[in-house]
Each structure stands twice: as C-alpha cells, then as structure tokens.
Design a protein around this ligand. Sequence first.
Ligand SMILES: Nc1nc2c(c(=O)[nH]1)N[C@H]1C(S)=C(S)[C@@H](COP(=O)(O)O)O[C@H]1N2
Ligand SMILES: [Mo]
Length: 409
Amino acid sequence: MQNHPSRSRRWFLGLGAAWSATLVACRSNTAAPAAEPRALGAAVSPYGSRSKYEKTARFFNQNTKVPLEEAASRTPLHDTYGIITPSSLHFERHHSGVPEIDPSLHTLTIHGLVDRPLVFSVDELKRLPSISRIHFLECSGNSGGEWRGGSTESDVQRIHGLTSCSEWTGVPVATLLKECGVHAEATWVLAEGADASKHDRSIPIKKIMDDALVVYGQNGEPLRPEQGYPLRLLLPGWEGNANVKWLRRLKVMNQAAMSREETSKYTDLMPDGTARQFTFDMEPKSLITKPSGGDTLAGAGPYEVTGIAWTGRGTIASVEITFDGGATWTKARLETPVLPRAHTRFNYSWKWDGKPALMASRCTDDTGYTQPPLGDLITVRGMNSQYHNNGIQAWQIAPDGKITNGNRA
Ligand SMILES: Nc1nc2c(c(=O)[nH]1)N[C@H]1C(S)=C(S)[C@@H](COP(=O)(O)O)O[C@H]1N2
Ligand SMILES: [Mo]
C-alpha cells in the first residue's frame, strides 16, 4: 500500500474546504463562536472529580428533627445511567453516623458455636481468595411513604432513592466459617457493626453459607466510609438493614438474638395484630426513572423511557410498560448485563401524542412473580405496614407535559 502525499493532501484540503463552507454557514446563524480552549487544560491529578457543570447529588431532608447522623440520603435515580451507582451517589442510611475507622486497627472476630474462634485483620482477609459480584442494596423502608398516601409532587429520588447497585469485592463468609469449624447445631449468625449503635442483625446460617460476603471493595476501590469501610457484610438480595456495615463480629448461634432491628423495627405489623419477622428478601420491583415525577416533557414526539428493575429472589425475566394506567402493557427492552440480584436497566422508545397519560412499569422475575399494584399489598398487609413496598409506581403526564406522582390518579 503506497502513501501518496500530494494526493492525500489534496483530498484533505478538498474536504476541509467543503466543511469550512458549512461551518461558516452555521456560525452565521449563531451569536457567539464555539468556546474551544486555545490554552493548555488542567494538569494530571491523583484522584478524579466530575465536571464542574454536573451538580446531581444525593437528596436528604435537612428540615427534620432527625439528626443527620441517623438520617438517610437518597440516590438520584433519575440522573444515573446503566446499572452501577457511582459510589459517591450510593444511598446512605446510618443509625449513629459514619464512624472513622483506621483499617490497620480494625478486626473481624468470629466466635460462638465454632471449634476455633478466629480474629482476622483487614490485611489477612485481603490475602484470602476473593470474588466480585454486582448486586443492588435496597433499604426495606424504601418507598414506604407511598403506603399511606405520599405526595403528588414527589420525584423518583425522594420516593424510591433508597436503592443503589455496586460491584462488591470480598471473601465468602463460608470460607471464613469453614476455617473456624461450625458446630452442627448452629442455625443463626449474629452480625455486629463497630459504629456507636453497635447495629446488629441475626442471619440464618443457610444464607451465610450460600452467598454472604465480607466485602472490602466497592466499584473497584475500597468501600466508601458511608458504605461500611473497611468491612461490610453483604447479603445479596436481602433487605439493606441486614447488610451490617463496619462489620466487627460474627457470632455463630443456635437461635436468633432478637435484637432491636429485628423486633421493634424492620418487622411488618399485620392487620390481625401479629408481626411478620425476618422478611429478608427484597421482592421484584421496577421504576421508570426518566422521564419521571418533576420532569416536564417538551411537547408531543419521541422520548426514550428508561428505568431499572431488580429482584432479591433471582433475575429479572421481563419488564412491561403501560401508558394508559394499566389497560394495556407492552414489553420494554432489557439492556445487558441482566444479572441476579442486581439492578437491570430497561428502555422503551415512546412517541407521546400530547394527551394525558398514566405511565408505569411492572417486572416479572425468574420465579414467575410479577410486581403487584400497591393496593394488592395493602389488601394482604393492611395499613400498619410500611416496609417492603414493591408496588407499581405510576407517573401522571399532563397535556402540558408536566409529570407528577400518579399513584392515586
Ligand atoms: N453498622 C451499621 N450497619 C448498617 C446500618 C447502620 O446504621 N449501622 N444501617 C443499615 C440500614 S437500615 C441500611 S438500609 C443499610 C444502608 O447501607 P448504605 O448506607 O451503604 O446504603 O445499611 C445497614 N447496615
Ligand atoms: Mo434500612
């Protein structure tokens, strides 16, 4: 192959001339020339940051009596792409603030019904065979406000922002327990955090042996302090509260501890006055995240409708969308990867005719369970319940394009 300088230069100039004519025409239509940098840009830096033009943030209510150390912040679901939540935007829920823990001093103790109680340093854990998995984490209090009415103006972040999805890296808890030698009568494991509240939950040993992880990595770097640095228990698909952060202790037991978080909290009071306890699975749920509450459509025409679906019980099999309040449903496109117990991205190309629409999504997982209307959940659980709301979220679109919470439309 011969490079012919004169011919390629002529070709290049020819193209250039054609383009500059077009550009001159374009420029004459615009007020100011493009602001292209003529000077050197910023130097390389040790740790990245986003463009100063990007402002999306976690939302938290600053006007409540709840101290911010025991509050929650919510992921801007309408403003994130794909299935991975940036670590900086992962939702937070702390009962006693984010402790500052020196990883060189932190340890994980395993004791109770074992032959050999062991204490692991963080460095020792990092020398063991590790695995990485993409999983969502959802607080079972997510969407709880909708149970008793919610707000017509609420947006997807405020209503549903207590769910996020990360790649987690760590060691299977089963590996550690095998080292300790678990007694035959063991049925539960108490997991305890190192924060001031000593947050603790009892976990059935079957889950611990199946797929529980002690994680130290999140999206390719160490866990963020807000997510439990330096160690956290990760229970794929199970309610956020049981995923103990700043993990310091696992006690193998033959009964549940009946701690605060599994008795007075995180139980579901049923209409007959009894309470459901240990409702660990996060049920199949989906949300249209864009466009959604608070957005205004610019007018009739084509729109990309996008959202996320997830299930704590397996893998999302399908997502359907309605624009007429559930009279008809059509299948949305699932974007790969579709992973077990992870957010799954779905998209749908829609042409809005400018008329009022009631838009919603519903998902079905590979166990065959289809996400129900909230009314069906209330029929079974009554009005005292609040946790585990995986009901369908509708968005009302008005003729002027304004979108509001459509759950009571
Ligand atoms: N040690 C400890 N673990 C904890 C909590 C806590 O306050 N302390 N909050 C729990 C609750 S209620 C939830 S929903 C998740 C929130 O995890 P995140 O802040 O990483 O999103 O952590 C759980 N684990
Ligand atoms: Mo939670």
